[in-house]
Design a protein around this ligand. Structure first.
Ligand code: ATP
Length: 805
């Protein structure tokens, strides 16, 4: 272990205080300048659409920079590196430049290459670093410094070396608040390597509980946004397993000054749909299977003129028959360029209307012919007329008269054109076209599919009858998170016919121009009236600068939403990078959705296969990712557990072995905590015992307490806990900032608490086919204390815990 020297002299702290104070005043100057610049841009008149877009971009950029300055207010500067060549660098949450002309920055951003040694220099490989100093600050005050000398005077440790061990352990010992914090000051070398790995391609990070996978994922988002400034425009998507988890991590990126990041569950990624319906894990599992892509595609195909026999329509009393082959041919032509359903629809309709028009024109021509033929039976006047005309032409040398068939053809074409115009308004024809090829929204397609046992059987022949039964439901019941990837799949295949919307916008725009013209005319009119009394300068008005169109554009206003807000509202938004946390939870159908959100396939995927709670969860990363990325992904591992004490980790060891004998338990950095224990309680006494223990834990310290229990028993236990601790929180979206929360293992995924009371481990095991994984998640949430209360026998995997006296 490197030497941890605690400079006793107050003077060291004072010295650093002076530097930190100077940094803050410099930041204040920059901030003021930025605020002035922003106010100036907001005052500017953007007169064209392009200028408006540029103004919007400038406002976004300045706002982001101001947010970064604000976020850096706490912990602005947290480190110092002294090198063997005598130079010194300060590191912080943002970079701070000195006065004009000064080359060296006053503070180096933690993401800059020059900051890297702070996270990676070790006694064995000091990289020219002599001293690494951690500065602990409270608001703008320096309260402590921790030093490590890497100059070779200390022996290299035999085990893995921690960077800034004192600062790290202090961070890990701090009580949990219900919100994750950033750890820029104490990132470890293996984490740093992953955070800075190249942006392109797919990076998979496997690590046991508490190894900092979430920490790495979020700091990587901040790193990528810093080192690839263009990413700011497309934004980064961070996907988490549930809203509770997202609220737990929600402060980290804003705290790092990054706002171009959208945090969402997969269920939140279809704008306009709130997927809150709960459903059985078995139903969600079927919906998540890759085979569902084919089911949705078949359901769409079934709505594209798939008829069992000839189709008839009556127009003006005429019965016309369309053969199935004709309709199939029309469908193929409509889809020829790979158009989605709703965009191919007008084409299909046109082809069918053309056919009907041709037939109607033919019918009418046929009728005329019939009448003429009847007349000809009496006298062939037409032939006679033709002979006379030919004779006359021979006498006077005229061109021979045109072939009457040409005339008939022209008549036919005119009739056809008339029908082409008229048929789309014929109610019967319209009904037929709508039936053959309806306009579909993803919602309508799925609601109709899931309400129709026959249609579902045809679309999903590879599912068993029982599996199809799981999918059937009444329409109008709302959407579940597992429906969202299906809606997205349907949206891709259906496409959106935006012509109506575009026409509406065009009309609206024209109306605005007309209105603007009126305003300008009034302005000019009133000026003419006042001209005699006013100076030239005072006469300048909107009318002098703007045309009606520009004026109308200005009325429409700028789009000042952040990148994250715009991305959240747009299903087709392409993110620059996607981070998937707890990725072992992501179903194949959800992967397809995520791939669409990032066509460049730039992904960071973090998770732990041992914590998979999916019924048909993938057993390995290869199995999970191969269908989407093939072999094109890199695997990194995190091996050190920062959350859980060695004692708590060893309590969960047998569970891990039962799940995946080949997975190694992550090495815990902290030992010497409280030993986990178990106690048997009477079945009836479980709620009372859980409540009493939760109340005791809450009273014992200031840290957070979680009761983790099987879903089927959650309400009963939560009520008992609330009787003892009235402000305890539970439910669909529990408030993590309360001292005591009651959760299922599924809800607790990714979270951590100072103390965990696990109620009824057998119930957790029995609650899902992946009960062992859920139990593993529950056990590994504790940072300090873990107690297990079991009604009846203890599950074998927990037998080794010491029994509470
Ligand atoms: N370098 C670090 N410095 C300080 N704290 C750290 C560091 N790395 C991780 N931690 C802390 O360890 C805890 C666990 O981190 P995190 O939640 O990222 O782990 P995880 O691998 O995602 O865990 P799980 O799989 O159980 O969800 C958090 O409190 C985090 O702040």
């Amino acid at each position: 272990m490197p030497v941890q020297s605690q400079p006793s002299e107050q003077s060291e702290i004072e010295r650093e205080q002076a530097y930190v104070a100077m940094l803050h005043s410099q930041v204040d100057i920059h901030r003021e300048r930025l605020a002035r610049e922003l106010a100036g841009v907001l005052r500017e008149q953007a007169q064209t659409a392009q200028a408006q877009a540029e103004r919007g971009a400038a406002v976004g950029r300045l706002n982001r920079r101001l947010a970064a300055f604000d976020a850096a207010e706490n912990g602005l500067c947290f480190g110092r590196l002294d090198t063997t060549d005598g130079s010194r660098r300060y590191l912080g949450r943002i970079g701070v430049r000195g006065a004009e002309g000064e080359e060296e920055p006053l503070l180096i951003d933690w993401r800059a290459p020059a900051a890297r040694a702070f996270y990676t220099a070790t006694t064995a490989a000091p990289q020219g670093v002599r001293l690494r100093r951690h500065l602990h600050t409270r608001e703008r005050r320096v309260v402590r410094v921790d030093d490590e000398l890497l100059d070779g005077t200390a022996p290299a440790p035999a085990d893995v070396e921690l960077c800034g061990e004192a600062a790290l352990l202090a961070a890990l010992r701090a009580e949990r608040t219900g919100r994750m914090r950033d750890v820029v000051a104490t990132l470890q070398s293996e984490q740093d390597r992953i955070i800075r790995s190249p942006h392109a391609g797919v990076l998979v990070v496997q690590g046991g509980p508490g190894t900092g996978k979430t920490v790495v994922a979020l700091h990587r988002a901040a790193y990528l946004l810093y080192s690839h400034p263009r990413l700011d425009e497309r934004g980064v998507l961070v996907v988490g397993p549930n809203p509770v988890f997202l609220s737990y991590i929600s402060q980290v990126l804003p705290g790092l000054g990054e706002s171009s990041v959208l945090l969402a569950t997969v269920g939140e990624l279809f704008p306009g749909v709130t997927a809150r319906e709960r459903e059985d894990a078995a139903v969600a599992e079927v919906k998540g299977r890759l085979a569902m892509a084919e089911v949705v595609a078949a359901a769409v195909r079934a709505r594209q003129a798939q008829v069992g026999g000839p189709v008839e329509v009556v127009v003006e009393g005429e019965r016309l028959t369309l053969e199935p082959e004709l309709l199939t041919g029309a469908a193929e032509r409509a889809l020829a360029d790979g158009l989605p359903h709703n965009l191919a629809r007008p084409r299909f309709h046109r082809i069918v209307v053309e056919e009907l028009a041709r037939r109607m024109a033919g019918v009418v021509a046929g009728l005329e012919e019939q009448i003429e033929a009847d007349l000809a039976g009496h006298l062939d006047t037409a032939a006679l007329e033709r002979d006379v005309a030919r004779d006359l032409a021979g006498i006077f040398g005229d061109a021979p008269p045109s072939d009457p068939r040409e005339h008939e053809h022209a008549e036919f074409e005119a009739a056809e054109r008339a029908w082409l115009k008229a048929l789309p308004y014929d109610p019967q024809v319209r009904a037929l076209l709508e039936w053959l090829w309806p306009a579909l929204t993803p919602q309508r397609l799925l609601e109709e599919l899931f309400a129709d046992p026959r249609g579902l059987a045809e679309a999903a022949p590879r599912l068993t009858a029982d599996e199809r039964e799981l999918l059937l439901r009444e329409p109008g019941g709302g959407w579940s998170p597992a429906d969202v990837p299906l809606l997205d799949e349907a949206a891709e295949l259906l496409g959106e016919d935006r012509r109506a919307e575009q026409a509406r916008r065009a009309r609206e725009h024209a109306r605005r121009i007309e209105y603007a013209q009126g305003v300008l005319d009034i302005a000019r009119g009133s000026r003419a009236a006042e001209e005699e009394n006013l100076d030239e300068a005072e006469l300048l008005s909107a009318a002098d600068f703007l045309g009606a169109e520009q004026f109308a554009d200005r009325q429409e206003g700028d789009d000042l939403r952040t990148v994250a807000e715009r991305a959240a509202a747009d299903r087709t938004w392409a993110f620059g990078h996607v981070i998937v946390d707890e990725a072992q939870e992501v179903s194949p159908m959800a992967w397809r959705l995520l791939l669409r959100r990032c066509p460049t396939r730039s992904f960071t995927v973090v998770g732990d296969m041992a914590q998979s709670g999916q019924v048909a969860g993938a057993l390995s990363w290869s199995q999970a990712l191969e269908p989407f990325f093939g072999e094109r992904w890199r695997l990194e591992r995190l091996t050190v557990n920062y959350r859980t004490s060695a004692e708590v980790m060893s309590a969960s060891e047998r569970v891990l072995t039962a799940i995946h004998p080949e997975l190694e338990v992550a090495r815990a950095v902290r030992a010497g905590g409280v030993r986990p224990w178990r106690a048997r309680v009477e079945e009836d006494g479980l709620p009372g015992a859980v409540a009493a223990l939760a109340a005791r834990e809450a009273a014992a310290g200031t840290g957070s307490v979680a009761v983790i229990a099987p879903g089927r028993d959650l309400a009963r236990l939560a009520e008992a806990v609330r009787a003892a601790v009235p402000d305890a929180s539970w439910g669909a979206e529990p408030d993590l900032e309360r001292r005591v929360v009651v959760l299922t293992a599924r809800q607790a995924k990714g979270l951590e608490f100072d103390s965990v009371v696990l109620a009824d481990p057998q119930g957790v095991l029995d609650g899902s086919p992946h009960g062992l994984n859920d139990l593993y998640v529950a056990l590994t949430r504790a940072t300090e204390r873990l107690a297990v209360l079991h009604p009846g026998e203890v599950p074998a995997v927990l037998e080794h815990l010491s029994v509470h006296p």
